[in-house]
Design a protein. Sequence first.
Length: 317
Amino acid sequence: MISALEWIGCHARGLLLAGLVLVPLLPSTGGALVPLLPVLIAVLTGMALSRLDPAAIVVALADRRVLRPLGLGLVLFQPVAGAGLYLAGRGLGLDAGTVLLLVAFAASPPLTSGPNIALMLGYEGRLALLYMLAGTVLSPLMVPALLWGAGMELPTAPGAIAGRVFWMLAGGVVLGIVLRRTLGARRIAEGARAFDGVAAILMVVFLVPVLDGVWDRVLADPARAGWLAVLGVALNLGGNLAVRGLAGRMTTPGRARTLGLLFGNRNISVLLAALPFQPDLALFVALGQIPIYATPAILSALDRHSGKGPGNRRTGG
């Protein structure tokens, strides 16, 4: 079993790409698996937390030297980026629906799977986890504020969003602590590839409810779907590379790569719980998985080409 998971972990990049192609071909479940999303998010959070020592993460979050740059980063990633994308969208004359999607991207916290992807690539997993946790905790404030600034009122109270976020995070923290104490730090470190394999499997399972019925929506309006796919790729990979390049002038290459990964990969599915059903948003979230699941393969190839790959696997930052 462990050897099979290690093999999957070694081929995680290919598995994610295969899942992206094959999952949309599965029969539609009619939304029956959507309730699994919070569970999957909690499990992915717990796995990442267990690999990075939950106690050390708590200590880091209480350290002002960590909180100040972390807070500054989140402000730049979300409110500042949101204002910039809003002004850019309005200046380019984009329709109101597209401008809302631009702001929704900026309002969303870093991807829940971000720390797992960072660990797969040998990036700074601890930094990725700190940003993901802090961004997710602040999402009940960030999401309403940015969407209100774009002229959109939330029908769901921020307190309701906060409750959902709390239980997902609480479940992830509990799982992380249990895994850490049950398996031990040494066994977890030695089983890094097996953990990568489990994370890859869970990410593919995550696709099933997110991409449920996506082909029907694409075929209903191929032109709009194509535009939303291009927009998602531009925001994810374009933002990733832009932040990586800018951060590379001010910090270490490893940290710059991690920050680029975090900026480009956002948990836009949070917006599905905050807003009433909107076809464009639902399709944007679904098609936005394309660059997310292609990220490990693209970035690993980029790192090899640039000759600045992470080399040894890292679990901290």
